[in-house]
Design a protein around this ligand. Structure first.
Ligand code: ATP
Length: 346
């Protein structure tokens, strides 16, 4: 299979069933060498099962998985050049940070002087220089996760698998680690495959994303492609916030029987005398709810004739007092026609 050498990972019609449950359903996927690639989807959508099949912890029920062109579908985990970082770190509590990181080299019989040098390089990479002699219990959650990362990278695997590695961290630390993880990936140039159910995390970190729903891959693309051009109603709803408009309401607005999504930040809210340009759609309604969120405000507009839309506006000049006054007011919503996305069923 020499024609596969360009991609790091390739799924060829891969399915995995557990009894009656089809965890992964005919997945086709190509992950490029050096990509930061995320598997994104709600709980139970099949992301972890895909990751475990790449790692070799699960064998596909049907189909094939290629790692740099080699069919690894039936290879045991230790014969694959991949490593995994788990959410719970799985560090050895009785070993020092240095020994935890060196573990893979020790198993391989790498001499001590070489081990020490490479551990120091790894500590520098994850910004933990000087921590080699500590025990995992003497570290914060974020520091433990960095040790787990260093331990997984020290053998220079071809692919690093990360299973919700930031899931146990609080929001601030999580956001900081997102930036660091991405920087580390760029520095080492290794293909990272990252499982998350957090759409913001996937959008922040990834070169490309595969969106999962009920065992199926429903869209693969860059963060911008997925956000701006969701392929299905599910993707539009799951990635970011979106208004989904269908039936009578969609017909009233567009004159056509379509189903479309429109992002709340693309909608402008004007007074009832606002003139609508030919390149825009509009809908009149009443502000039913106002939620002031500091950076921006979210408005719920009940449309005249039925249906509602969520609108988000940045609080550039407004204060909480200004925005709350809008409640109960009639408004004319308008947005550029090019900003709607016609979407399929699921
Ligand atoms: P989460 O974000 O909750 O981890 P996920 O998207 O990673 O979800 P998977 O763990 O891949 O989802 O699970 C997909 C489906 O397969 C679920 O319905 C799950 O219950 C089922 N499943 C996964 N592993 C097993 C197993 N070992 N035995 C039986 N069913 C399983």
């Amino acid at each position: 299979m020499t024609s596969q050498t360009q991609s790091a990972i390739r799924f060829d019609n891969v399915s995995k069933s557990f009894g009656n449950v089809k965890a992964v359903d005919q997945a086709n996927l190509e992950i490029r060498d050096g990509e930061f690639f995320s598997l994104l989807g709600p709980s139970g959508s099949g992301k972890t099962t895909c990751l475990r099949m790449i790692a070799g912890f699960e064998v596909p029920t049907s189909g094939h998985i290629y790692l740099y062109g080699q069919d690894v579908s039936n290879l045991p985990p230790y014969e694959r050049d991949v490593n995994t970082v788990f959410q719970d770190y799985a560090l050895f509590p009785h070993m020092s940070v240095g020994d935890n990181i060196a573990y893979g080299l020790m198993v391989k019989g790498v001499p001590k002087s070489e081990r020490t040098k490479r551990v120091d390089e790894m500590l520098e990479l994850v910004q933990l220089t000087g921590y080699a002699d500590r025990k995992p219990s003497q570290l914060s959650g974020g520091q433990r996760q960095r040790v787990a990362l260093a331990r997984a990278l020290i053998n220079h695997p071809k692919v690093l698998l990360l299973d919700e590695p930031l899931g146990a961290l609080d929001l601030k630390l999580r956001q900081q680690m997102q930036v660091e993880l991405k920087a580390i990936q760029k520095r080492v140039g290794i293909t990272f495959i990252f499982v998350t159910h957090d759409q913001e995390e996937a959008l922040t970190m990834s070169d490309r994303i595969a969106v999962f729903n009920e065992g199926k891959i429903v869209q693969v693309g860059t963060p911008a492609e997925i956000y701006e051009h969701p392929a299905t109603a599910f993707v539009a709803g799951f990635v970011g916030t979106s208004n989904l408009v269908s039936g009578e309401v969609a017909k009233r607005i567009t004159g056509r029987e379509i189903r479309f999504s429109i992002r709340p930040e693309k909608i402008h809210m004007g007074t009832m005398d606002t003139k609508i340009e030919a390149d825009s759609y509009s809908a009149d309604g009443v502000v039913r709810d106002v939620i002031y969120l500091g950076l921006y405000t979210r408005y719920l507009i009940e449309l005249n004739g039925g249906g509602d839309l969520v609108v988000v506006e940045q609080n550039l000049k407004t204060t909480s007092m200004d925005v709350l006054k809008v409640k109960g007011q009639p408004v004319r919503l308008h947005w550029k026609k090019e900003h709607i996305r016609e979407v399929g069923g699921s």
